[in-house]
Design a protein around this ligand. Structure first.
Ligand code: FRU
Length: 318
C-alpha cells in the first residue's frame, strides 16, 4: 500500500447549527474534526492508501478528540504532536442556504510544527501533500512546509498541492499567498484549485486564460474545480471539462479535500487508469461529501461511491 504524508493543520470545525445565518447571528455550533490536510488524509485512508497526518494540536481535550478521530479513521498519527501550553486551533464555519461557507479562525497550536520534529521520518512516503489553509502565514509551520517541499523535490517524490484560500486569513496579505502558491504550483505533480483561486493566483479573468497561465508555471496535472459544472482538467496539451452529477448539497466543507484525496489515491494506485476517469470519480467523491454535515466523516468509501453511481455509465473503481 502506498504511503501519503499530509502536512498542515488539524483543527476543530465548529459548524453553525443555523443554516443560512452568519457567524454573528447563529445561536450555536456543533463540533467536528477538520483541517484541510487532515480531511485529505481521511479521504486517502477511506479510499485505499495509507495516510499519515503531520501537524501540531494542543495537549487538550480537542487535541485528544482529533487524535481519537484520526485513529478511528486509520490515519497514522506518529507525526502528529500534542503541544503542552498550546490550544488546538478552531475554525468557526457558517453554513449558507446553498451549502457554501464562511470561515473564521482562532489559531494557536497548528503554527508550531518545526522541521526538526519530523526530519528523521520524512523519507518514508510515496507522495507529499501540501494543502494547508494556514501554512502560508508567517511562522514555524511555513518554514517546515518549504523545507519539506525541497526535500520531496530533491528526492524525486510525488508532490500534490491544494491552495485552500481562506479570505479571513489572507484578505490583507493576498500577495504573499499568491507568491507562495506559485512556488508550490511550479514544483507539484498534481495541483487542485477552485475557480476563484485560479483567478486570484493567475490574475486572469477566464478559466481558459487562468489554466494556460497556471500550467505554464510547471505542474503536470492542474485541476480547477467548477462547482456544479464539474472540474476542468488541464495538462500542457489539453483542457477538458469533466462534468459531474447534480447533487443536493448540505455542507460543502471538506468536499474539495475529499476530491483531492480521491485523485491522489487513484494516481498512486494507477492501473493504466486515464486521468479523465480519475477526475470523473473524484467529482463523485467530492459531491457525496457535501450531502452530510461535517468534513471528515462525510467522505465516502468506494463502495458508497459505487452504490451512488448505480445505473450510470460504467466506471472502473479501485
Ligand atoms: O477544506 C475544509 C477545511 O479547511 C479549513 O477551512 C481549514 O483547514 C477547515 O476549517 C475545514 O475543515
Amino acid at each position: 500500500m502506498k504511503n501519503v504524508l499530509c502536512i498542515g493543520e488539524a483543527l476543530i470545525d465548529f459548524l453553525s447549527i443555523d443554516k443560512g445565518k452568519n457567524l454573528c447571528d447563529t445561536s450555536g455550533f456543533i463540533k467536528k474534526a477538520g483541517g484541510a490536510p487532515a480531511n485529505v488524509a481521511a479521504a486517502i485512508s477511506k479510499l485505499g492508501a495509507k495516510a499519515h497526518f503531520c501537524g501540531t494540536v494542543g495537549d487538550d481535550a480537542f487535541g485528544k478528540f482529533l487524535e481519537n478521530t484520526f485513529n478511528q479513521n486509520n490515519i497514522n498519527t506518529d507525526l502528529m504532536y500534542k503541544l503542552k501550553d498550546r490550544n488546538t486551533t478552531f475554525a468557526f464555519v457558517s453554513l449558507m442556504e446553498d451549502g457554501e461557507r464562511d470561515f473564521e479562525f482562532v489559531r494557536d497550536a497548528d503554527r508550531y510544527l518545526s522541521f526538526d520534529m519530523i526530519e528523521k521520518e520524512i523519507d518514508k512516503f510515496d507522495l507529499y501533500h501540501f494543502g494547508s489553509a494556514t501554512a502560508f502565514l508567517d511562522g514555524e509551520l511555513k518554514n517546515t512546509y518549504y523545507k519539506l517541499k525541497e526535500y520531496a523535490l530533491n528526492n524525486n517524490k510525488l508532490i500534490s498541492f491544494d491552495a485552500n484560500y481562506r479570505d479571513s486569513l489572507f484578505s490583507n496579505n493576498k500577495d504573499v499567498f499568491i507568491n507562495c502558491c506559485k512556488d508550490y504550483i511550479k514544483d507539484s505533480d498534481i495541483v487542485k484549485l477552485s475557480e476563484e483561486e485560479a483567478y486570484l493566483i493567475s490574475g486572469r479573468e477566464s478559466v481558459k486564460e487562468a489554466a494556460d497561465y497556471l500550467i505554464s508555471l510547471g505542474c503536470k496535472y492542474l485541476i480547477i474545480t467548477l462547482g456544479k459544472l464539474g472540474a476542468m482538467l488541464v495538462t500542457k496539451d489539453k483542457q477538458v471539462l469533466i462534468p459531474t452529477k447534480e447533487i443536493e448539497m448540505k455542507d460543502a466543507t471538506g468536499a474539495g479535500d475529499a476530491f483531492m484525496g480521491a485523485v491522489i489515491v487513484q494516481i498512486l494506485n494507477e492501473e493504466n487508469k486515464n486521468i479523465e476517469d480519475i477526475v470523473k470519480l473524484a467529482n463523485l467523491v467530492g459531491g457525496i461529501t457535501t450531502t452530510k454535515i461535517g468534513a471528515l466523516e462525510s467522505i465516502p468509501t468506494w463502495d458508497e461511491v459505487k452504490k451512488y453511481n448505480e445505473g450510470e455509465s460504467a466506471l472502473t473503481f479501485n
